[in-house]
Write a protein that binds this ligand. Structure first.
Ligand code: AP5
Ligand code: MG
Ligand code: ZN
Length: 214
């Protein structure tokens, strides 16, 4: 099963991808996580991406298209994948269609997480992530069961993203509305677009996704 989760910053793409990965074994492919790994590695791409991400802008299409194409070729994607943060522009969506056709793959679902964009600022400013395994949390909406200890791996180290402040969030939301929202009609016309209520509680969103996936 191959699917796309679409939605603005803080919609819950990463949170739900991690849950679906656990349940279905389909791999979460988060282009944001890949870019943050590149930033940590200090590579040339990482240095370029760091400034772009801190400004809440998008990394150029050709870079992202190549990154995802190479990643889909890895053996772990044979079980299926969840695209989280890609495609983000119409050219990325068109390139994805072409590359999947080339690889003999298809999309099973494109799911829009319907949310009230401006209300999401509290989600991103309260977000933190396990430094060891990458599990995502929120100070009030999704804290670890034991404060300061990762539910998944027991680590006590966490990180916060450099772009998770109110000012950069505004720029990321504007980039979503300008560049990413136009891909919704693209998928609607292709008859593959479905929706879940991303404003519902985390468990309820998971139930709605499972109802679509079956
Ligand atoms: P990326 O990492 O993809 O960030 P984003 O799209 O801004 O999305 P987020 O990760 O902020 O939100 P999410 O939907 O995953 O929310 P989460 O589940 O964590 O991209 C970062 C940057 O990389 C971009 O700005 C760009 O520069 C670059 N980039 C990446 N891909 C690119 C591409 N394809 N092309 C060009 N540039 C690219 O949830 C947020 C918080 O809310 C968490 O704390 C969570 O616990 C909580 N939460 C989740 N669901 C709920 C709920 N239902 N109720 C209450 N709280 C909830
Ligand atoms: Mg995310
Ligand atoms: Zn962990």
């Amino acid at each position: 099963m191959n699917l796309i989760l679409l939605g603005p910053p803080g919609a819950g793409k990463g949170t739900q991808s991690q849950r679906l990965e656990k349940k279905y074994g389909t791999i979460q492919l988060s282009t944001g996580d890949m870019l943050r790994a590149a930033v940590r590695s200090g590579s040339e791409l990482g240095q370029r991406a760091d400034a772009i991400m801190k400004a809440g802008q998008l990394v150029p299409d050709e870079v992202m298209i190549e990154m995802i194409s190479e990643r889909i070729d890895q053996p772990d994607c044979a079980k299926g994948f969840i695209l989280d943060g890609f495609p983000r522009t119409v050219p990325q969506a068109e390139a994805l269609d072409a590359m999947l056709a080339d690889k003999g793959l298809k999309l099973d679902h494109v799911i829009e997480m319907k949310v009230d964009g401006p209300a999401l600022v509290t989600r991103v400013t309260g977000r933190f992530t396990c430094a060891k395994c990458g599990t995502g949390y929120h100070d009030s909406f999704n804290p670890p069961k034991v404060a300061g200890v990762c539910d998944n791996c027991g680590s006590t180290e966490f990180t916060r993203r450099a772009d998770d402040n109110a000012e950069t969030f505004g720029k990321r939301l504007a980039a979503y509305e300008r560049d990413t929202a136009p891909i919704l009609p693209y998928y609607r016309e292709h008859g593959v677009l479905k929706q879940v209520d991303g404003m519902a509680e985390i468990d309820e969103v998971t139930r709605q996704l499972e109802a679509i996936i079956g």
